[in-house]
Design a protein around this ligand. Structure first.
Ligand code: AMW
Length: 154
């Protein structure tokens, strides 16, 4: 796999840090916190309900492993793990994905503000009307390299 199709987006191999039989872990173009990554089934399908049982189990087991790693790597103590399953739930990329966001005490003043921030991060302009800059491939590749070291990766 040299590139991976995430909905309409072409993901560079260097953005991928985890691969199982049916799932990949990729670093995020516009993370809302350090270690905000995405867990994505290899097969491109929009809704969780489209996945086979095997794909669903593989996704969840992968999310558990990845969550463990990012929580430790970023010295956090909890995880927000969320799937926006369909456009009315806020899904913008029509390819199933779970957000994993490492959390620690005091990171957001009100715990659930994280969901608003997640929404804002996906708009082309943020709440302050500032354009949210996507990260460079170099920056994303560096993070993926660090995370890849925790997994048996081929
Ligand atoms: W969804 O609105 O569909 O729940 O979330 C889409 C996520 O995908 C966002 O976190 C966004 O930053 C991320 N994203 C969009 N395009 C890319 C890309 N090319 N590489 C990595 N992440 C991406």
């Amino acid at each position: 796999m040299t590139t991976f199709k995430f909905g309409p987006h072409l993901i560079h191999e260097s953005q991928i840090f985890f691969k199982s039989k049916l799932t990949v872990g990729i670093v995020n173009l516009k993370p809302i916190a350090a270690g905000h990554v995405l867990v994505v089934p290899k097969r491109n399908t929009p809704r969780l309900g489209d996945l086979s049982t095997e794909e669903t189990v593989d996704l969840m087991l992968s999310a558990r492993k990845i969550g463990n790693v990012v929580e430790n790597h970023y010295n956090c103590t909890s995880l927000t793990m969320t799937i926006q399953d369909g456009p009315q739930a806020g899904q913008t990329v029509p390819h199933v994905h779970m957000h994993i966001i490492p959390r620690k005490k005091g990171d957001w003043e009100n715990n659930d503000d994280i969901y608003q921030e997640l929404e804002d991060s996906k708009k082309s302009k943020g709440v302050d009307n500032e354009e949210r800059e996507p990260r460079s491939l170099e920056e994303m590749s560096q993070e993926a390299k660090e995370l890849r070291a925790y997994f048996q990766y081929e």
